[in-house]
Design a protein around this ligand. Structure first.
Ligand code: BYC
Length: 324
């Protein structure tokens, strides 16, 4: 038993909990070997797994355009972005594993529908403008949501977020640059951008989760300093950041209720269709079945890679054993 282990045997549950609360209250980090309440661990596994799954499933809508990108430059950018997302998934699965779960088990829960991933990836990508809008709006929303997670109380998750956020901001810029290029193009290209904005705006607002009054997890996650802001606070921040960008781009956001509120110093906006979010989360969005099926098939197709990696690791271990 290590020193930390011996110490925890000597402390009562109440003392351990008081120490945990003090560490979180002092804005210090909880690390994998520290004592933590079971519910804190379960909440982190739930959120980090869902986040990891979102990164991996999130490659699919964009992957749809990899072979049809309009130029070599656009193809190289899109490929690099999708590869970054695979990397984000890996950091996040690694962060989840520090909590005592196994990546294979998490993947199994994803493909059997027992764990969620972000609702946003259940919408189809109909034109190449969707690639730009995903970068601008979806990655823009992801940045708003994830920058505060760099200050999450759980060390491995917070540290993983630092690099993820840097890469997300490159993703957001590439999306905006793509859209600027299309907006400088033909009338048809401008219409294509507006159509993509019309389809992705409301689902992007739903990425932040249900309204605060219907969010069962927010209060506890904020008390534990996993979440640093409520869903509605982040949604407002996103709208305030995005409206001037839409103006600069020359597109109209599809919300007649959008208006500047002088008193609050923020934009008022309409109510997303929360019944749609519920349906998509339940697995009944336009592409849920297709996304999960594709992930399941890719996982099965990759079985030989995992077997080969395990056989190679065993061989290396055996060789090291005979060298000793
Ligand atoms: N979609 O109590 P609430 C990316 C669930 S990937 C699906 O507010 P919480 C990218 C929620 O899980 C970025 N489910 O929950 C990748 C909960 O259900 P359970 C993805 C949702 O956890 C590739 C229930 O509804 N980002 O950027 O306090 C290409 C009640 O909600 C959604 C993350 O994962 C949703 N939209 O807050 C491009 C960020 N909303 O688990 C880009 C990390 C809610 O109790 N996650 N639910 O059964 C979070 O910040 C939080 O988990 C959420 C939800 C804000 C999403």
């Amino acid at each position: 038993m290590n020193a930390a282990g011996a110490e925890s045997v000597m402390r009562s549950d109440a003392e351990l909990e008081a120490h945990f609360d003090a560490v979180v209250g002092a804005e210090q980090r909880i690390e994998p070997r520290d004592w933590m309440p079971d519910a804190y661990r379960a909440t982190l596994v739930r959120q980090i797994a869902q986040h990891a799954h979102s990164e991996i499933i999130g490659m699919q809508p964009e992957g749809n355009w990899l072979t049809r990108a309009p130029s070599l430059r656009r193809k190289a950018i899109l490929l690099a972005k999708a590869q970054d997302e695979a990397g984000h998934g890996l950091y996040l699965y690694a962060a989840a594993e520090t909590l005592g779960v196994d990546r294979a088990e998490l993947t199994e829960k994803l493909v059997s529908g027992r764990q969620k991933y972000s609702s946003i990836f259940n919408y189809p990508t109909l034109t190449f403008a969707d690639v730009g809008v995903i970068g601008w709006l979806v990655d823009g929303a992801a940045i708003c949501n994830q920058v505060p997670l760099c200050r999450c109380s759980y060390g491995p998750y917070a540290r993983a977020m630092v690099r993820v956020c840097k890469e997300e901001s490159f993703h957001q810029r590439q999306g905006y640059e793509l859209l600027m290029t299309l907006m400088r193009g033909t009338e048809g290209q401008r219409r294509m951008v507006q159509d993509a904005v019309d389809r992705w705006w409301w689902p992007s607002l739903m990425m932040f989760g249900p309204p605060d009054g219907d969010s069962p997890n927010t209060a506890q996650s904020m008390a534990w300093r996993i979440k640093r802001h409520t869903n509605d606070e982040l949604r407002q921040r996103f709208v305030d950041m995005t409206v001037p960008q839409a103006e600069h781009l020359g597109v109209t956001l599809p919300d007649p209720a959008l208006s500047w509120n002088e008193e609050r110093g923020g934009w008022d906006f309409g109510e997303p269709d929360w019944s749609e979010l519920k349906q998509v989360i339940k697995g009944q969005g336009p592409c849920n079945a297709e996304r999960v099926e594709r992930r399941r098939a890719a996982h099965e197709d990759g079985a030989w890679v995992r077997e080969a990696a395990l056989a190679y690791a065993a061989k290396q271990q055996k060789q090291r054993g005979t060298e000793k």
